[in-house]
Design a protein around this ligand. Sequence first.
Ligand SMILES: [Zn+2]
Length: 329
Amino acid sequence: MREADFEVLLRLVEQLGGEQRAALGRALASAPGEPEAVRLLEEAFAAAPRCPHCAEAAPPQRWGRASGLRRYRCKACRKTFNALTGTSLARLRKKACWLRYGEALAAGMSLAKAAAHCGVHLTTSFRWRHRFLRAPAATREALGGVVEADETFFRRSHKGSRRWRHGDAPPGPGPHRRGERASKRGLSALQVPALIARDRAGHTADAVLPDLGAEAIGAALGPVVAGDAVLCSDGAKAYAAFAAKHGIRHEPINIAAGVRVRDGAFHIQNVNAYHGRLKGWMGRFNGVATRYLPHYLGWRRTLERAPEPSAAKTWLLAAARPISTGNAN
Ligand SMILES: [Zn+2]
């Protein structure tokens, strides 16, 4: 509220009758006030404001309030926006529960547990999970130095958006067992490959692949692997093709012949250990719908990479990142 309006309000209070005073007291006591989540989100936005319409970074004009959020107007394109415009949290309701949902993501809670934790319906818990995870899934880290890349496989699940009512699990057997490789480069229709690439500083990139061909591998690695990196992979030709095309040094490891480490430095053991942690953690969901697999990869990556993965605000602020600018960071 504007300072001048507030002064008017204070003067009006002096004119209240006894019953009106009591009623005003009750209204104040039950008013929810500004949720902590909103304070955190607006603070983060104000620290580095950017117009979601034209990307202007000059501080915008303040433009009143709407829907419990500060409004701004861009000095360049003159459109109005708030801290959540263009993010996947825009127009999501019950802001007072968002930090609790951040706690649920930090703890890796099931949909039902998260719903109970936040006092929201199961449908809300489902919708929020994927709204909160959209931006983390789209965020890309740049990889440099020695980069290990390898695929891991998940069981394909056509679990539709309506099947969540039966819990997190699709029908049928559980996810692909760890250590069980897809039959060479042939891909069973039951399997979905996910590529994980990780450098020795821990920067991590992940992508769900349409297939195991050079084009798919290149589309996943091209935007994130530095030109002077050294790529370690198994002997699959797709990696050699990608490296040759981009002029990147390639160190294939002949896993099939029992080679694990070459020259003391070239191996894919870090990325394979990451696969193991990812699979172990994913076990709690009893298989996930393939269409949402990128969200789970981003969820796990954020758990591993965020400076404070157990803090609720980590998940709130990650969820409110603009999706269109999810480039290397
Ligand atoms: Zn603008």
